[in-house]
Ligand binder design. Structure first.
Ligand code: ZN
Length: 174
């Protein structure tokens, strides 16, 4: 069973301090971990997939969170620190889960991927709900503990516990 590295929402609006919905200083801590994971996955010939928030200007999510990652804006772009290489897959999404209304599932299945390894943000939002859908669809899930974070440290810790204890994800280290 092949494994894919799935990089969640490493976009300008979340990663950089001047972004529309800055996720906080812990983004600086996870960035080198994600760079390390990218180097490892690329070296091992593993599939690399990027999920990116990509909202309509009046997206329903903005009833819950301030506007961010609007289609076509700089804020929705992947940060250069972890930029995709030619041929790597970028899947835009409008919901927390990278599987909802996207072709992530068929993209993985077509390549015989059975295990996804998650890094990025936020642990308690897009990482958690992407992992939940992955488990519902039968994928094994790994979450790199030092490679995920949230603006809410307590929610981050709760989500890691939920990922492990309820969803059966494997919490791994880079
Ligand atoms: Zn969003």
């Amino acid at each position: 069973m092949k494994r894919a590295l799935v990089v969640v929402d490493m976009i300008e609006d979340f990663v950089h301090q001047d972004g529309a919905l800055y996720c906080g200083p812990s983004m600086q801590r996870i960035t080198p971990v994600i760079q390390h994971e990218l180097a490892r996955a690329r070296g091992a010939g593993e599939l690399v997939v990027y999920l990116t928030d990509n909202h309509l200007p009046d997206d329903a999510e903005f009833q819950v969170f301030p506007p961010h990652a609007i289609v076509g804006t700089k804020g929705a772009a992947i940060v250069p620190e972890v930029a995709p290489r030619a041929g790597e897959i970028v899947i835009p999404k409008r919901r927390y889960s990278g599987f909802f209304g996207t072709d992530l599932d068929i993209t993985l299945r077509e390549r015989d991927v059975g295990v996804i390894r998650l890094v990025g943000d936020c642990t308690n939002i897009c990482v958690l709900y992407t992992a939940a859908d992955a488990r519902n669809l039968g994928y094994a899930v790994e979450v790199v503990a030092e490679g995920v974070t949230s603006f809410d440290e307590e929610a981050h810790r709760d989500a890691l516990r939920e990922l492990e204890k309820t969803l059966g994800a494997k919490i791994v280290h880079a």
